[in-house]
Design a protein around this ligand. Structure first.
Ligand code: ZN
Length: 174
């Protein structure tokens, strides 16, 4: 083998190895369903979310989060309007960006510390993911990364993984 061919072959192996590792790290094959989530039926879709009046500043971010999730799932799972699931102000001193309660007769998202502009749609989308039944995953570029607000600067457009998007579509898009 010539020197040039050897170098080309090594480069090819390098690309394949990088491609494989990339795929393995950011595209988990398993969706991350939340243990104990009470579940929704396809006929419950779309879930309607509304901001309490004091949080009107997040209206655009909530609409963006809804559009993004619907686009990734391939059907309308989330809508924004009056009534439905409330997004409310929670304890601003609790040390978290937001928290979601599902089941037990009430479903609700509570915002903790005020959200920076660049993190609003991300955090709201993440919490809506929990309402739909998704749990956390360990991939920092994923919308369902456990601490998605803290990596918003590094990953300004985190997405649902293909596995999570496919799982939502399979469960709810009928
Ligand atoms: Zn979370």
């Amino acid at each position: 083998m010539t020197r040039a061919l050897t170098i080309a072959a090594m480069a090819l192996v390098g690309i394949v190895a990088i491609g494989y590792s990339y795929t393995r790290c950011v595209q988990p094959n398993e969706p991350t369903w939340q243990d104990g989530h009470p579940g929704w039926a396809p006929s419950d879709m779309p879930l309607r979310f509304t901001l309490e009046p004091a949080l009107d500043v997040y209206q655009g971010a909530l609409e963006l989060a809804a559009r993004t999730i619907n686009l990734r799932a391939g059907c309308e799972l989330v809508t924004v309007g009056d009534g439905g699931i409330l997004v409310a102000q929670g304890d601003a001193n609790a040390g978290h960006a937001a928290r979601t309660y599902v089941g037990g007769g009430v479903t609700r998202i509570e915002i903790g510390t005020p959200l920076e502009a660049g993190a609003q749609a991300i955090v709201l989308g993440h919490e809506i993911g929990h309402v739909l039944g998704l749990g956390h995953d360990a991939f920092s570029s994923s919308l369902m990364f456990h601490d998605v607000a803290s990596v918003a600067d590094a990953y300004p457009a985190p997405r649902l993984t293909d596995a999570d998007a496919g799982a939502l579509a399979g469960r709810y898009c009928k």
